[in-house]
Design a protein around this ligand. Structure first.
Ligand code: GDP
Ligand code: MG
Length: 455
């Protein structure tokens, strides 16, 4: 992925003070390959690389950054902007502000996830998830209807999904015309004072003129405030053609990118944004109705970069770590003092300050997320408190000279903390592991460790 590709280049470029034509050239080649690997369409890649080149050239390499790191910064910033970061903080919000019912029309190929997303959105709106200007607007009364008359199972599927979502479903039948279904649904939603009407439509396996005419007709009847293009992230490169066809046929207002829980690298997000110019509003991350998330440009940029939320993780850690403690620790490392249980205790306290372990683990890059999924964050929090209990049962002397901790002292400490002796031993093993890491850090420096994490 891009991070590993760039890490290589970053290494070779240390010591150069700025991004030049020559060193930028090589790195941009890697960026180009990485974006293609992430399934971004070729014309989009070309334009993006040209833009990064322009921004990067002559950029001063700030502080301790190497040119490689500086370029990663430029790539990240541009990617975030292109993903919709330049549209402002509330670009992913649905607009429902009109005389109710606010109509949402779902468009997309067959199998893209329209019916599932209709259910997810309905549930989300009914549960009060909608925000406007960042503020929640309360629970909505939602009606869903299917205009998919080609596959008998499609209407039945929406009925099931609506029941799971706990919203009202207006029955339709396969012998009705989609246009009549739309008119009927609009009347019904007006008469019974629904806030939102979501209209699920038929899709085809490919782009076809009849389908486009039909959805255009539905659009004319419904005059929807939101016309959402639903697209499967796994489409990869092909997403460009599909997005272009729908964007030409309909005045889209937003995009929902589904099946991001799969292997898709998210390159489709960039392609679709580029082609349609419309904001991505949601991503689908599971088959289940809860698997819908508002779109975050920053996160998607990082997914394409293959670096998880590592930047925000680092920021979070920096905020949480007490500056004084950190300086003391750094001074200690420099002076060659050994890392003792008092330092260990201070570190544990800092870990607690970093907040919910779960939210931190979520932000780690993909290669760690599997391990993260196995960590129960409540369990981790409990673990930390138990470790603190053990450390607090030691005397100051014992913490500064861990080698004093023989069997009898361990028994006393375990009793004091209300745990088994094995747990004291386990904690001491963890301490020794940390001590080893500290030695490594002293040798290689913090930067080396951070690089190892990122790469
Ligand atoms: P439609 O033909 O556009 O209405 O697509 P469906 O809503 O019927 O979805 C097609 C398939 O994709 C179904 O098996 C869904 O369960 C699945 N699906 C939809 N969205 C997601 C998603 O975000 N993640 C995963 N894993 N599967 C999804
Ligand atoms: Mg469907």
């Amino acid at each position: 992925n891009l991070t590993t590709r760039l890490a290589r280049v970053v290494k070779t470029l240390r010591g150069e003070a700025r991004l030049t034509e020559a060193n930028t050239q090589e790195m941009l080649r890697e960026v180009r390959l990485a974006l293609l690997e992430a399934d971004v369409a070729l014309p989009v890649v070309r334009e993006f690389v040209a833009r990064v080149r322009e921004k990067a050239l002559g950029e001063e390499v700030a502080g301790s950054l190497t040119p490689g790191q500086a370029l990663v910064g430029v790539v990240h910033k541009e990617l975030t902007a292109l993903m919709g970061g330049d549209l402002g903080p509330n670009a992913s919000e649905l607009s429902l502000a009109q005389q109710p019912p606010a109509v949402i029309l779902m468009a997309g190929l067959q199998g893209s996830g329209k019916t599932t997303t209709t259910g997810k959105l309905a549930r989300w709106l009914a549960e009060g998830g909608h925000t406007q200007g960042g503020r929640k607007t309360g629970r909505k009364k939602v009606l869903v209807v299917s205009a998919d008359v080609y596959r008998p199972a499609a209407i039945e599927q929406l009925k099931t999904v609506a029941a799971q979502a706990g919203v009202d479903f207006l029955p339709s039948t396969a012998d009705q015309k989609p246009e009549d279904i739309a008119r009927g649904a609009l009347d019904h939603a007006r008469r019974y004072h629904y806030d939102v009407l979501i209209v699920d439509t038929a899709g085809r396996l490919g782009i076809d003129e009849q389908l486009m005419n039909e959805i255009r007709a539905l659009h004319a009847i419904l005059d929807p405030i939101e016309t959402l293009f639903v697209v499967d992230a796994m489409l990869g490169q092909d997403a460009v053609n599909v997005a272009k066809a729908f964007n030409d046929a309909l005045p889209l207002t937003g995009v929902v990118l589904t099946k991001l829980d799969g292997d898709a690298r998210g390159g489709a997000a960039l392609s679709v944004r580029h082609i349609t110019g419309k904001p991505l509003k949601f991503v689908g991350v599971s088959e289940k109705l809860a698997g819908l998330e508002p779109f975050h440009p920053e996160r998607m940029a990082q997914r394409v970069l293959g670096m998880g939320d590592i930047l925000s993780l680092v920021e979070e850690a920096q905020k949480a770590i007490d500056v004084g403690e950190a300086q003391k620790l750094a001074a200690k490392l420099k002076s060659g003092d050994k890392f003792d249980l008092n330092d260990f205790r201070a570190q544990i306290a800092q870990m607690k300050n970093m907040g919910d372990m779960g939210s931190i683990l979520e932000k780690l890059p993909a290669q760690f997320s599997q391990a993260a999924a196995q960590v129960d964050s409540k369990q981790a929090g409990k673990q930390i408190r138990r470790m603190e209990g053990i450390l607090n049962s030691m005397t100051n002397l014992e913490r500064s000279k861990p080698e004093l901790l023989k069997a009898s002292r361990k028994r006393r400490i375990a009793a004091g903390a209300g745990v088994q002796v094995q747990e004291v031993n386990r904690m001491l093993a963890q301490f020794e592991q940390m001590q080893g890491m500290m030695k490594q850090m002293k040798k290689g420096g913090l930067a080396k460790m951070m690089r190892a994490m990122g790469g």
